[in-house]
Design a binder for this molecule. Sequence first.
Ligand code: R1P
Ligand code: URA
Length: 244
Amino acid sequence: MFLPILQVNSEDIPAYALVCGDPKRAEVIAGRLEDVRELAFSREYRTFVGSYEGVPLAVASHGVGSSGAAICFEELIRGGATTLIRVGTAGSYSEDTPAGSLVVSTAAVRAEGLTRQLVPDGFPAVGDGRVVQALHESALEQGGVVRQGITVSLDVFFQGALDIPHKTYKRAGAVAVEMEIAALYVVASLRGARAGAIAAVDGYADADLAAEYDPHTNVVAQAVEREIAAALGAVVKLARADRG
Ligand SMILES: O=P(O)(O)O[C@H]1O[C@H](CO)[C@@H](O)[C@H]1O
Ligand SMILES: O=c1cc[nH]c(=O)[nH]1
């Protein structure tokens, strides 16, 4: 089957997939694989396949924002991916989780529009327990600050006339904010796949992002390296457990 938006053949998609917003990050992750092949670079969707420690996996970029990202998740799952891990960046809510930290998302607040058109209000966006645990263990093995908890998925990045209720999310216990994890968890649930997500913190979510957002610092680059290693390590742990 040809997947028309990713522009890849389903026969080429393995069971495990790492996904990220940035096509350049997909290329960096693909650089860690053996026997790597680029399948397509269509719109924001850049797709590679290869293997890591003997486990075949796909790496795909999904761009910025839930609606475009969900198309990537849907097509990967239609192609045969059963475990999806997002390797992203996020803004933190807490001074004990500064830029350079890693956050593993157990569940996501559905503060975006896409999932409202997929499932009813109140339906949770939850990571798969085994995937989340494997990610957390692998992230701890990488060292540095690692937090696990609820993340918030927004559609908005730069603030407009309305206030984004960061204080409320923070008081309710959320640890970080990004844009696509809720879509990933809901699409995975709808289509019978399992998913987890890890993010490198690049600053504070409630900062004025128009003035302060800088994901291109060394400390963030190093955290992205650690989260890539953690995600690949998690895939190996999960593949071993799946083989029994
Ligand atoms: O670094 P990625 O994976 O793109 O993730 C985060 O960065 C983008 C915003 O700059 C959004 O996609 C957000 O979720
Ligand atoms: O969505 C995002 C991604 C990174 N950092 C943020 O503050 N927000």
